[in-house]
Design a protein around this ligand. Structure first.
Ligand code: SF4
Ligand code: SF4
Ligand code: SF4
Length: 556
């Protein structure tokens, strides 16, 4: 029988003060299946990892249990240590006595009892662990980037390297929605100049192949090996191969159709912010050619209907106000706002600078716009105050962003869920903000929610970082071994597993009438094994025997 070792981690005072580790060691000492018990103050520290490796080698442990923190935090760390000693890393069980005991059970005796039960369950379980082996597959280090806007361009630039081909696919011409922007906030730099520099850089990068005005017919495959079928305007079909895909389409400007009380679609000289920015640069006059003496910018138009704050519109409005004042010193600009969204210190400074330029801010409760032959009139009620009116020459409606009309198509193509607003869902909003549930498919820019140019650039950098570190030219792709497999002989082809696999890793082989797992896509969630009534679907590291032995021990 293999030698089993137990390592207890104190986690400084975190575990040592909340759990009686001496009592745990004494209780386990009598268990003949455990060949040795070791204890360390901080097992994940450099010294702790050395202690662990030396302990495994000195005692010739073949299977180990570590009682420490959450597997989310250090399972990979300790698996690496296991491998470094020549042991199979899957012959380790990490028991979470910190988050599940020390941090949640205030009574020390109760926390110790609970930790003891979990450790005993792990001792029983570890005997049934299989020495799993990781598989490797050939992969293509190239990247397919979908979207010719800033997010797409930036992703292409950041991933382009020797031995990688980056395919930048734009369904229109390069530039995306930034083509209609005059000025960037908060730098107040010319957007055209910035965009042209970026476009020049991609056009001259030998590792980037650009497809403009193309139609993306389909993208098949999986992480490491995607194939895109693309149709170009010259009626040519292209087959492009790459290991990863970045969905980087811009979000769309919300158009407030029906906002008649604000004069949109009803009166001359009422524009959305995007429409105003797209006007020819010198036309800072009314439609009839009169100079602008006053402009009202109304914030949060459509905010209630959209159901979310687009995060960029307040600063965008201030940028437009400053641009107007910079171009026409005599023009008075009033910002009518409900709430101001100024994330970070940078934007707070931008707000102060905007006010210092003489731009007025008025908080409104209700607002509407009317027109006589000469002027537009803003009638508003501020919070708790009487109704007021202000004549202006132009009204700019600050609207938010909505999902690209192509989100649904790509969601379907890659099996990615969309949220209640129609944006793609991130794999995890905090831990995996640029990943999707489909391995190898990342998101940047406006695909997963509204944001500004700075957000797009940061997300493009994050996506590039993930790709460059996981797809390395000349290296094969290592697959996770903790996946599911399906027994051909036991499967009855009911398809229940296909329905519950959120990662699109299972397909039904209609000829053989069985389900098949794609191990590249499988994330080891175990849903298929849980739903399969015939027992054909089995998780390699959470087998029925492992789990039932663990439960039986806990219930004893
Ligand atoms: S391994 Fe986990 S429990 Fe131990 S010191 Fe590190 S963080 Fe704390
Ligand atoms: S649920 Fe089980 S029996 Fe049904 S198709 Fe999937 S693996 Fe086969
Ligand atoms: S364990 Fe099963 S359900 Fe989960 S990702 Fe893998 S194949 Fe899909």
């Amino acid at each position: 029988m293999s030698k089993i070792g137990l390592f207890l981690c104190e986690c400084g005072p975190n575990i040592a003060e909340a759990i009686d580790l001496d009592r745990i060691a004494q209780s386990i000492e009598g268990d003949k299946t455990v060949a040795g018990i070791e204890r360390h103050k901080l097992l994940c520290s450099t010294d702790g990892k050395k202690f662990l490796a030396e302990g495994i080698e000195r005692n010739e442990f073949e299977r180990i249990i570590i009682a420490a923190c959450s597997p989310k935090q250090h399972e990979a760390t300790f698996m690496e240590v296991m491998s470094s000693t020549g042991c199979n890393p899957y012959l380790m069980q990490l028991v979470n006595i910190r988050e599940q005991c020390a941090w949640v059970t205030t009574d020390k005796k109760a926390a110790t009892d609970k930790a003891l039960v979990l450790i005993r369950a792990a001792i029983r379980r570890i005997k049934y662990h299989d020495a799993l082996e990781k598989k490797e597959i050939e992969c293509d280090p190239g990247v397919i980037v979908i979207g010719g806007g800033i997010a797409g361009i930036e992703t292409a630039l950041r991933t382009a390297q020797p031995a990688r081909t980056i395919y930048l696919l734009a369904e229109a011409t390069l530039g995306g929605s930034a083509k209609n922007v005059r000025i960037l906030s908060p730098t107040m730099r010319s957007a055209k100049e910035f965009l042209n520099e970026k476009i020049e850089s991609v056009r001259h990068n030998e590792h980037i192949k650009i497809f403009e005005n193309c139609t993306i017919e389909e993208i098949l495959g999986f992480f490491g090996n995607f194939v895109a079928h693309v149709h170009t305007k010259d009626n040519k079909k292209h087959e492009l191969k790459a290991g990863a895909v970045v969905l980087a389409l811009d979000a769309q400007q919300y158009v407030p159709h029906g906002a008649h009380s604000l004069g949109y679609g009803k009166f001359e000289d009422v524009y959305t912010a995007a429409e105003f920015e797209a006007l020819p640069s010198d036309s800072i006059v009314t439609k009839s050619g009169r100079p602008l003496h006053s402009v009202a910018i109304i914030h949060c138009v459509g905010r209630k209907k959209l159901g979310y704050c687009s995060k960029m519109c307040c600063v965008n409005s201030m940028k437009i106000a400053r641009d107007i004042v910079n171009r026409s010193r005599e023009t008075k600009v009033i910002q009518f706002y409900k709430n101001l969204c100024l994330p970070g210190t940078y934007y707070d400074t931008f707000f102060k600078e905007t006010k210092a330029q003489g731009i007025e801010f008025v908080r409104y409760g209700n607002i509407d716009v009317s027109r006589d032959s000469e002027h537009l009139t803003i009638r508003y009620k501020s919070f708790g105050n009487a109704e007021r009116t202000v004549p202006v020459d132009m009204v700019i409606l600050s609207t938010g962003l909505t999902p690209s009309s192509r989100v649904k198509d790509f969601a379907q193509m890659f099996n990615i869920p969309v949220d209640e607003y129609g944006f793609l869902k991130q794999e995890h909003t905090i831990l995996e903000p640029i990943s999707t549930v489909t391995e190898g498919v990342y998101i940047a820019g406006g695909m997963h929610g509204p944001g500004d140019v700075n957000d797009s650039i940061a997300q493009a950098g994050a996506a590039a970082g993930r790709i460059l570190s996981s797809l390395v030219p000349g290296k094969r792709l290592e697959l996770e071994a903790k996946t599911s497999n399906i027994s051909e002989t036991m499967c009855v082809g009911c398809g229940a597993c296909v329905d519950v696999c959120a990662y699109g890793a299972i397909t039904l082989d209609e000829d053989k009438n069985i389900s098949v797992v794609n191990e590249v896509l499988c994330r080891g969630c175990g849903n298929c094994a849980a739903v399969c009534r015939s027992g054909a679907a089995r998780h390699r590291h959470f087998t029925n025997r492992q789990i039932s032995q663990e439960i039986l021990q806990i219930l004893e």
